[in-house]
Design a protein around this ligand. Structure first.
Ligand code: NDP
Length: 291
C-alpha cells in the first residue's frame, strides 16, 4: 500500500518479477511448439537452510514457468571430484540448458576449490553469468550471460524510468557477482560510475553525489537517508537476517524512503527479480537451439 509519508516511489519487485515470469512462460510455450523444454540444473551440497530456501524458490519459479528443473543434491562433505562429476554430467546432458552451483560449498571454504567447481560449468550453460568468459564479455560490452542480480536491478531502473545517461551512479560493493557487473551495466547505459568498497573514504560523501545508488554490501541499514541526494534512485541488494529473525537490506528504508525518489524494499525488491532473471537467462540459453 502507498505510504503518504514517503517521498519515494517504492518498487514492487514481486509484481515486476511476476510480469517477467509471464513473459518467460510465453517464450517457454513457443519453445514447446518446437519440442524444446528449457532445463535448469542446480547443484546443491549440504543442507544449509538459507541455500535450501534459495534453491527451492528457484525450482518452484522454474516449474511455474514450464521449465524442467532438477536439483542434484550432494552431501555437505562431497569431494571436489564429486561436485565436478555433477557439473560435468549436467554439461553433457542435451536437455539441460542452464547449470549453476549453489554457494557456499559447505566443506570447501577454499576459494580455489570453489573456483574449480564453478568454472567447470560449460560457458553456453553459465546462466548465473559467473564464468570469466561471461564476465569478460560483459566488461567488453558484448552479448553474453549477465549475472542475475545486476540484470534484475537494470530491469527495475528501466521499469521505474530512472534516467541513466550522464547521471552519477554509485555502486557500494565490488563483488564479482553483484558490484562489478552492476557497475559495467550502468557504464554501458552511459552513467558515470563510481564503485565504493570497504576502503572508500567518506562513503556518505560519495553516496551523496549519486543520482543512482546500488547497495550490495551485506551490512544491515548501512546506507542512511542522510547520505542521499534528494530524489535519488536507491536499489537495495542486501539481504541480512537480524538476530530477531527479520530480513533487512543494506539501506535504512525508513530514513532513505523520505529522501529518495525511487527505492526498492527488502524483502520484495531486488530478490524476486534475481530469480526471474535466472529463468530469463535459462530460456535464452534454450532459444539458442533455434538459431
Ligand atoms: P560480498 O561480501 O562478496 O561483497 C561485499 C562488498 O561490500 C565488498 O566489496 C566489500 O568491500 C563491501 N563492503 C563491506 N563493508 C563495507 C562498508 N562498511 N562500506 C563499504 N563497502 C563495504 O557480498 P555480495 O556482493 O555477494 O552480496 C552483497 C549483499 O547482497 C549481501 O547482503 C547478499 O546477501 C546480498 N545478495 C542479494 C542478492 C539478491 O538476489 N537480492 C543476490 C546476491 C547477493 P571489500 O571488497 O573492500 O571487502
Amino acid at each position: 500500500m502507498a505510504r503518504p509519508d514517503l517521498t519515494a516511489r517504492v518498487v514492487d519487485g514481486k509484481a515486476l518479477a511476476n510480469t517477467l515470469q509471464a513473459e518467460v512462460a510465453a517464450r517457454v510455450a513457443r519453445l514447446a511448439a518446437r519440442d524444446i523444454t528449457p532445463g535448469l540444473v542446480v547443484v546443491l551440497a549440504g543442507d544449509d537452510p538459507a541455500s535450501a530456501v534459495y534453491v527451492r524458490n528457484k525450482a518452484r519459479a522454474a516449474e511455474a514457468c514450464g521449465l524442467r528443473s532438477r536439483v542434484v543434491r550432494l552431501p555437505a562433505e562431497a569431494s571436489v571430484d564429486a561436485l565436478l562429476d555433477a557439473v560435468h554430467t549436467a554439461n553433457a546432458d542435451p536437455q539441460v540448458h542452464g547449470v549453476l552451483v549453489q554457494l557456499p560449498l559447505p566443506s570447501h571454504p577454499s576459494p580455489e576449490h570453489v573456483r574449480r567447481v564453478t568454472r567447470a560449468i560449460a560457458p553456453e550453460k553459465d546462466v548465473d553469468g559467473f564464468l570469466p568468459v561471461s564476465q569478460g564479455l560483459l566488461a567488453l560490452g558484448e552479448p553474453g550471460f549477465v549475472p542475475c542480480t545486476p540484470a534484475g536491478c537494470m530491469r527495475i531502473l528501466a521499469h521505474a524510468q530512472v534516467p541513466l545517461r550522464g547521471r552519477r551512479a554509485v555502486v557500494v560493493g565490488r563483488s564479482a557477482i553483484v558490484g562489478k557487473p552492476m557497475a559495467h551495466l550502468l557504464l554501458a547505459a552511459d552513467a558515470t560510475v563510481t564503485i565504493a568498497h570497504s576502503h572508500t573514504e567518506d562513503l556518505p560523501g560519495v553516496v551523496r553525489e549519486a543520482d543512482v545508488v546500488v547497495a550490495a554490501v551485506g551490512r544491515p541499514g548501512l546506507v542512511h537517508g542522510g547520505w542521499l541526494k534528494p530524489g535519488a534512485a536507491v536499489l537495495d541488494v542486501g539481504i541480512n537476517r537480524l538476530p530477531d529473525g527479520r530480513l533487512v537490506g543494506d539501506v535504512d528504508f525508513e530514513s532513505a524512503a523520505r529522501v529518495a525518489g525511487v527505492i526498492t524494499p527488502v524483502p520484495g525488491g531486488v530478490g524476486p527479480m534475481t530469480i526471474a532473471c535466472l529463468l530469463d537467462n535459462t530460456v535464452r540459453a534454450a532459444e539458442r537451439e533455434l538459431s
